[in-house]
Design a protein around this ligand. Sequence first.
Ligand code: C2E
Ligand code: CA
Ligand code: CA
Length: 422
Amino acid sequence: MSTKRWRRLGAAWAALCLDLDRFKAVNDTLGHPVGDLLLRAVADRLLACVRETDVVARLGGDEFAIVQANLGRPEDASELARRVVATLSKPFEIDGHVINVGTSIGIAICPADGSHVDRLVKSADTALYRAKAEGRNTFRFFEARMEERQRARRELETDLRQAIANQEFELYYQPLVDLRSDRISGFEALIRWRHPERGMISPAEFIPLAEEMGLIVPIGDWVLRQACREAASWPDAFKIAINVSPVQFKNPGLIDCVEEALRHSGLPAHRLELEVTETVLLAENDAILATLHSLRDLGVHISMDDFGTGYSSLSYLRSFPFDKIKIDQMFIRDLSTNTEASAIIRAIVGLATSFGMRITAEGVETPEQLKCLRLEGCHEVQGYLFSPPRPAAEILALIETINGPGDRLEFTEQPLLMLATG
Ligand code: C2E
Ligand code: CA
Ligand code: CA
């Protein structure tokens, strides 16, 4: 807001809503008595930040509000927010534990963002939501378009709940090409949402939402069943790769879902590859490792997806014997122009080979990239150079284009006729 407009509005005050960034983890690991002491210590630090005319209140749980009176200029609110973020990001010492929490803050200003307290706190809360989404340990002022975004999101949530029942999901398949034979070795299933009004919605948009809402569990279950069923009907023993979200791994039913999908479809377990990202191992959780091992015991293969994008990719390679590593397309992008990029690929291939893992490169778009990857000893590639993800109905034609008509002769007599006549 401009200072000019600010002056016109006259005397003002601000509502700051904040909540602690890692409070739940403290409560879960150190127990509620420590959590309670932490909240008291937080309140003490907040009180030390404000003036006598300001009000500090606990709204519940780990949520606090500050009402800042008599603002001289909008910067007064951001200065207070900055002080609060700084003071709460210093470690707390409680009951012999050193605890690091942080805070996110949303700010709304009266009268610009509403003149009733309820309205103002709601606006501040909307801004808090944005602050958290944009990286935490930070603050945001309320803006009208934040509300618009939140409304759009709520609508999407409602629609997503109905999408399974309404059969609005579809699977597309993208070929993986083996570099020794130059033939398709399998396909990755990639979900699409055909929204009745909005058309196709990308998984990048709705999968994170589905994860947050817990809906990824039933959606993931559908993907497993559908992809295994379709793959079982393919002409050759192509593999099928399926993305599994970290949230699905926290669900105790995952192994049963996979077993069910295999049994129902009749797909042999060794044709199924589950792709997991590094975040699944972030917690180094014994239960998650046990699940991964149980899945491998079924005969299913496990791939590490988006390799190189996480914080400590290399250490994860030690924690579980992955069958395959998929190098993220970020590393492939500047392969033909950048010598460092090919050095990275060479290092990953060397490392993975010594662990006995296969290497797939994702996002291969140009013949130059393909050439480099061959040279570096990569086993398999995937990308627009061969084909984008395609609907199930186009798979047979795709196989014929890439693998030649050979495979097709094995499963239908039609091409023989076509060969004879033309
Ligand atoms: P991902 O698993 O890394 O999948 C690869 C993404 O890269 C796909 O995007 C694919 O269409 C795209 N891609 C493939 N080749 C190229 C290329 O040459 N150039 C470029 N620029 N992109 C390429 P898509 O289909 O939009 O999926 C995005 C992400 O959504 C996936 O990333 C995956 O993380 C997630 N996702 C998709 N389907 C599922 C699913 O069934 N379950 C779960 N949990 N996640 C899924
Ligand atoms: Ca993937
Ligand atoms: Ca990937």
